[in-house]
Design a protein around this ligand. Structure first.
Ligand SMILES: *Cc1c(COP(=O)(O)O)cnc(C)c1O
Length: 360
């Protein structure tokens, strides 16, 4: 159908009967939350598939950031990227810390490690970096700086399901890594997420914090919050999980087709060479905001809806006290993500590109 609405993404859903079959296990036991067998099974599947030391599934991908900041005892300034989803910055502020922005690399769109050291002061307690669109940060450079200045490192790896860096799951890096399983992400549980920490003592602390601090029914291991994922969410994850490799394959094919068809017309993200990428997004940078808006208008007129990820640059949000970040602000103004999802067809990609070329 020529005029079928095409959004930037479309949630992958298995056959409803497959979801129901898994759900019936919680019905049989009348057990729908509090870390039942479906949550444990989902965690174990992800853990063994990607060789992960410790995983805790959570109810979304934002609470893990907040819990990590709290459990690492962070205070004062946290160095972070202005080019991410708002949750990266809002979590810092929500936990009573102060985001200090460091501009991004113009090609990778990730925080520029060359600019981190000059932003460190005695008040700095950590670096919170995002692997933007699933593209790994310069992890080695960041960890060297963190070690030298005794800073904690948290990675917002919300986009990184399935990504590996130097042969290891990307979730194995940093003191804590977090992921989102939101319906718009490459792997999802409707709403959901996870946190990862290799250090067992830290992981245990994060675990207690995500469940009110409960250590047994009447004992508490400090302060906590409620970030538990339910069995209903885990059932969705278990229903999607068997398809994850075909989701990666399909996206890779479409991503490569976009790159081929748009070659020389737009700028693409430079993906870290030492990684196994998940093709979670296809961001393109146009020559100017004016050109971007023209392209979006043409696409919208044809029932095609890309998204301006990420805009605005987070240092410019009104509740944030951020310095000017020239590169992030410039990229934010000219970037969008094109439609990319499992059942998008090659012919649709070609037609999206043709519409874009009309105005480029
Ligand atoms: C989606 C996202 C989050 C938040 O995840 P939720 O599961 O929606 O809470 C955090 N950071 C980034 C970079 C994201 O894209």
């Amino acid at each position: 159908m020529e005029n079928e609405r095409i959004n930037v993404t479309k949630t992958f859903l298995p056959e409803q009967s497959e979801y129901q079959k898994i759900l019936s296990r919680s019905w049989d036991k009348s057990w729908i939350t509090n870390r039942g067998e479906l949550v444990l099974e989902l965690e174990n599947k992800i853990k063994s598939q990607y060789n992960i030391t410790n995983i805790l599934a959570t109810t979304n991908g934002t609470l893990p950031l907040q819990i990590a900041i709290k459990c690492l005892g962070l205070k004062g300034d946290i160095i972070t990227t202005p080019f991410s989803y708002v949750a990266t910055t809002s979590s810092i502020i929500w936990e009573g810390c102060n985001p200090v922005f460091v501009d991004i690399n113009v090609d990778t769109f990730n925080i520029d490690p060359l600019k981190i050291e000059s932003a460190i002061t005695p008040n700095t307690s950590a670096i919170l970096a995002t692997h933007v669109f699933g593209n790994p940060c310069d992890i080695e450079a960041i960890e060297k700086i963190a070690e030298k200045h005794n800073l904690k490192v948290i990675y917002d790896a919300a986009h990184c399901f399935g990504v590996s860096y130097k042969g290891q799951s990307i979730f194995e890096y940093g003191d804590v890594s977090t992921c989102s399983f939101h319906a718009t992400k490459i792997f999802h549980t409707g709403e959901g997420g996870a946190l990862f920490a290799k250090d067992k003592a830290l992981f245990d602390k994060l675990y207690y914090h995500h469940n009110f601090g409960h250590k047994g029914a009447t004992d508490f291991h400090g302060l906590g919050v409620n970030a538990k994922i339910s069995e209903l969410q885990a059932a969705m994850g278990l229903a999607v999980f068997p398809y994850i490799d075909s989701i990666f394959e399909r996206r890779e094919a479409l991503y490569k087709l976009y790159k081929k068809e748009l070659k020389g017309k737009v700028k693409f993200q430079k993906i870290e060479s030492n990684c196994d990428y998940n093709y979670s997004y296809i961001p393109v940078v146009l020559k100017s905001e004016e050109q971007l808006l023209k392209v979006i208008k043409e696409l919208n007129n044809n029932n095609i809806f890309p998204r301006r990820y990420f805009n605005p640059s987070l240092n410019t949000i009104d509740y944030v006290n951020g310095d000017v970040m020239p590169i992030s602000e410039d990229i934010s103004n000219r970037i969008m993500c094109l439609p990319l999802y499992y059942d998008l067809k090659e012919s649709q990609v070609k037609s999206i590109v043709l519409k874009m070329l009309n105005v480029l």
